[in-house]
Design a binder for this molecule. Sequence first.
Ligand SMILES: C[S@@+](CC[C@H](N)C(=O)[O-])C[C@H]1O[C@@H](n2cnc3c(N)ncnc32)[C@H](O)[C@@H]1O
Length: 229
Amino acid sequence: MPTHYHPRHRRASRPAIALAGPDPLTYGGAMGWYDWFAPMYDGSLEALYADARARAADALELAGATRVLDLPVGTGQSLGPILARASEGATVVGADLSRGMLAQAARRVRAQGWESRVELVQSDVHALEVGGYDRLHVFLGLTAFPRYEEAFARLWDGLTPGGRAVVVDVYAARPGFQGKMVNLVARADITRRAWEPLERVARGYERVALPPNAKYGGELWLASGDKPT
Ligand SMILES: C[S@@+](CC[C@H](N)C(=O)[O-])C[C@H]1O[C@@H](n2cnc3c(N)ncnc32)[C@H](O)[C@@H]1O
């Protein structure tokens, strides 16, 4: 069963990872991989995406935001850029399916003293019951989820009208060697045109290419738009 988030969920003094995890019968595969990879994830990737995370956090236009959903939160690499731009009263819900990735995120939250501003939730995006957020941040998620169009529709559903979404991901129509490595290491499919679900529904939709780096394995793009009121 997915973890059910409730808006009045108690804010724990330590970052909370709800103990009720996903169905053990469906937990495995890519998640087993991410659990294993989690302790190495920051060392491998934190520097590579740092500038893009700052761009994504800027694009969220966080002034006035009250609740941000960051899914997949992974090890929490985007939390710093988001919290730095959000008001003190704003909270971030960081959700991910991998217990290993969430454990790293929890360490980060404790080390930075963000306990009162971040809640960590274990959930499959396809069973997510979080709602009522006015900013949606999906960084390197839509190419990794099993069914990205369905996942996006669910995430969009929980965004309040007038809220804003920012999606960052990698695209290569025909991945070369590095793209294939990225697909393998991230359990991803970077041939997905993962910006299209947002493009179809957002007002003020924009998509920009971020500065290239051969290590991405394709074009790193950032798409943004608002949910009509
Ligand atoms: C490439 S990592 C990106 C993590 C983080 N957003 C970042 O930018 O570092 C992909 C993440 O998607 C998560 N993930 C994959 N499938 C998922 C699912 N069905 N539901 C929730 N999270 C999922 C993985 O656990 C992993 O943390």
